[in-house]
Design a protein around this ligand. Sequence first.
Ligand code: SF4
Ligand code: SF4
Length: 158
Amino acid sequence: MSTLNYLGQSLKNLFSRPATENYPAKPHIYEERYRGHIENDISRCILCGNCMRHCPSSAITVSKAEYTWRIRPFSCVQCNECVEVCPVKCLSMVNAPTKPGTQKSIIVNRYSSEQIAVEQERQKAIAERIAKAKAAAAAKSPNPADTAQASKENKSCV
Ligand code: SF4
Ligand code: SF4
């Protein structure tokens, strides 16, 4: 490179914008479709477990008994499968990496006490409906003892 070229390049660099970002003074803006980490809006989650069953790296655990949805962010491979299979669309792929924090190895989302109360009422109502349906079905079907007696009587008549 000639001295003139060198001087030209130096002057250009001196007056042009820096090629790198002034991080962390200026926060990095991630692309809109950047796959950073998964977040769950637990207020809408129905704990169906679909995300857990489809996760290729077993990063998600759902417990209906404990009313919890858990994720191990370092096991997540950002494939987006869980977001696509969630029936209520409460999962989202956030376009920034997981924030540092004390829950970094496992993040637990738990139902609020109001959500738990609503869910318990719903389960109770379902159990009552099932019990009623069973009772109605039993009342309709003939009693096996009566059937046996009727059969005996029929035989004795012959
Ligand atoms: S698929 Fe969606 S609704 Fe079902 S447990 Fe996962 S996050 Fe919740
Ligand atoms: S993005 Fe993929 S790897 Fe990560 S939790 Fe969802 S299904 Fe699992």
